[in-house]
Design a protein around this ligand. Structure first.
Ligand code: GDP
Length: 447
């Protein structure tokens, strides 16, 4: 448990605004209230009051909200001072709180205390930051679902079943002669298989959430003039999204982002992947190469009449083999050919015209399908890479348990235990302090 030492922060963003909020949390904030407004206001009521400095001068007049422990965001006493939204006023209010003995809150410290005091589990606390950072409405909705505990509930349900199976197994360890019969009677292996099935389904939903949060990295390949820019603009326009063109250090490296059905696609133009003698340009090329090496997908744009050319192949040869591909055959309007989409193995091929827009919807379909987007149903949770890794570890351990089943119960029990630990890391049941530090330090101050 935290020691409840009082912390304070400006919780609204810097700049001018209608109101600005200074937030406090601590074991006992009554002395702060008495010093600031001369009394302790009614809990959970909006109280209008002058807020005073050490000399009794009014710094600002504002609304004070007082949430006594434990019914507050952090589980401690929480006070919100809602003043006028100017930086000077807010700094004076914060300064006053520091004088009264609070210290400046670290990023995410309010949420960290909420976690440590059992108000939120770790996955929920993380979704607070994800909700704030959500870049699309879809992403915000799935972060909200995680915050409300849907993801945690599913993880906990799996954990419950796993605990039952562990209890059964460990009890059987005490009767070594009858172990196999005992477990068969209790359908231990059937339970394990059902557990693995549920875990697979949860992983699939969590992957979708991670896709919404992180988006997909696309390496764009294509010779000059095949219509890459026209196509990107077309994708951006169709979705009423913004194409942000952030030129790299060289004229050849370009990153843009388009959004399709709420999934962000980060597109890295690999035009710069060619050989060059220019030192500055080489740095840019290395960056593009590094970015492309992490791509989830390659988008190859070609002209309908010519298809994939040796120059394209040269660049494709530098990308990780086995990346899913989408090959665009652009400019079908010139040939009078109809748009279409064909899929063969991990390669999708789309006939379209960036100029007329025909077939662009097929490209969107192909891109979504190639990154594994299944359409964004209601079951999607905002998951982070950390959660996916923990789920993958739990899957591995359960697979190992299935393998170990024939080779003795002790190994079986141990694999179940490790799977339990992996699941517990998602909600924060077993999580090292340094990992907590890392997670919360990425939050904003005042959250
Ligand atoms: P980039 O160099 O690959 O980015 O290619 P651009 O997008 O700049 O396009 C090169 C030229 O091809 C421009 O004149 C475009 O108007 C033209 N273009 C692009 N897509 C199409 C298409 O689908 N049909 C036709 N007819 N022209 C296109």
């Amino acid at each position: 448990m935290e020691n409840g030492e009082p912390i304070a922060a400006i919780a609204t963003p810097p700049g001018r605004g209608g109101i600005g909020i200074v937030r406090l949390s601590g074991r006992n904030l009554k002395p702060f209230l008495i010093a600031l407004l001369g009394r302790v206001p009614a809990p959970r009521f909006a109280t209008l009051a002058p807020l005073k400095d050490a000399e009794g001068q009014v710094i600002d007049e504002g609304i004070v909200l007082y949430f006594p422990a434990p019914r507050s965001y952090t589980g401690e006493d929480v006070v919100e001072l809602q003043g006028h939204g100017g930086m000077t006023v807010l700094r004076l209010l914060l300064q006053r709180c520091l004088e009264l003995g609070a210290r400046l809150a670290e990023p995410g410290e309010f949420s960290k205390r909420a976690f440590l005091n059992g108000k939120l589990d770790l996955a929920q606390a993380e979704s607070v930051a994800d909700l704030i950072d959500a870049s699309t409405a879809q992403a915000a909705r799935s972060a909200m679902r995680s915050l409300q505990g849907e993801f945690s509930r599913e993880v906990n349900a799996l954990k419950e079943e796993l605990i039952e199976l562990r209890a059964l197994t460990e009890a059987t360890l005490d009767f070594p002669d009858e172990e196999i019969d005992f477990l068969q009677e209790a359908d231990a292996f059937g339970r394990l298989e059902r557990l693995r099935g549920k875990l697979r389904a949860l992983v699939a939903n969590a992957r979708q959430g991670a896709l919404l949060r992180e988006g997909a990295q696309v390496a764009l390949v294509g010779r000059p003039n095949v219509g890459k820019s026209s196509l990107l603009n077309r994708l951006a326009r169709e979705e009423v999204a913004i194409v942000t063109e952030v030129p790299g250090t060289t004229r050849d490296t370009l990153r843009s982002q388009v959004e399709i059905q709420g999934v962000p696609f980060h597109i890295i133009d690999t035009a710069g992947l060619r050989e060059t003698q220019d030192a500055v340009e080489r740095i840019g090329i290395e960056r593009a190469r590094a970015a492309a090496a992490q791509a989830d997908l390659v988008l190859v744009v070609t002209e309908y009449a010519r298809g994939v050319m040796p120059e394209d192949e040269a660049i494709l040869g530098q990308l990780p083999p086995g990346l899913p591909r989408v090959i665009v055959r652009n400019k079908i309007d010139l040939a009078g050919v109809a748009p279409r989409l064909a899929q063969e193995g991990s390669v999708a091929e789309v006939w379209l015209s960036a100029k007329t827009g025909e077939g662009v919807d097929l490209l969107q379909q192909a891109l979504l399908r190639q990154v594994g987007w299944t359409g964004g149903g209601e079951g999607i949770f905002m998951a982070r890479a950390r959660h996916l890794e923990a789920l993958a570890r739990a899957e591995e351990r359960l697979a190992a348990a299935a393998e170990a089943a024939g080779r003795g119960l002790e190994l079986f029990a141990e694999e179940l235990r490790l799977a339990h630990v992996a699941l517990g890391q998602i909600t924060g049941e077993f999580t090292a302090d340094d990992l907590l530090g890392q997670i919360f330090s990425r939050f904003c101050i005042g959250k």
